[in-house]
Design a protein around this ligand. Structure first.
Ligand SMILES: [Cu+2]
Length: 145
């Protein structure tokens, strides 16, 4: 009887652990509003993974394609280019910000208006190589919060 209780408790603990996912804390997520016909906009946020994780990709209902971009010098011109994964070292905050790494919402399906919140899903790999998804909300606003 006692053993069963212990097994049940362990199973519950494991389930809770799996549901916690990558445990990435997302703060200050925002993206600039767009005008009709504009195909893309940058999205910015602070990401902190307690145990460490990698951001593999993202998707959103408002965009056909979401990419993670870095800024890099091309000759003497600063350009953005997609990267495959973004490392989130344990315990440190990674900033996606204008002029640095950012998320790019592309192939927008409609204009994004100031004040609305859009849903984005992050696909992450945990430190122990589990694939998890984490829904987040991004506020549309002209400037950083
Ligand atoms: Cu970009």
């Amino acid at each position: 009887m006692k053993q069963w209780a212990a097994v049940a408790a362990l199973a519950m603990a494991l389930t809770a652990n799996a549901q916690r996912g990558a445990d990435v804390d997302v703060k200050l997520a925002w993206a600039r509003p767009t005008v009709a016909g504009q195909m893309g906009t940058g999205a910015f946020m602070h990401l902190t993974s307690k145990d460490g994780a990698r951001l593999l990709s993202a998707s959103s209902e408002v965009a056909g394609v979401v990419e993670i971009h870095e800024m890099a010098m091309d000759g003497n011109v600063m350009r953005m280019r997609p990267i495959r994964t973004l490392d989130l070292p344990p315990g440190s905050t990674v900033e996606l910000k204008p002029g640095g790494h950012h998320m790019m919402l592309m192939d927008l399906k409609r204009p994004l208006a100031t004040g609305e919140k859009i849903k984005v899903e992050l696909r992450l790999e945990t430190r122990d190589k589990k694939l998890v998804t984490q829904p987040i909300e991004i506020e549309i606003r002209p400037r950083a919060p």
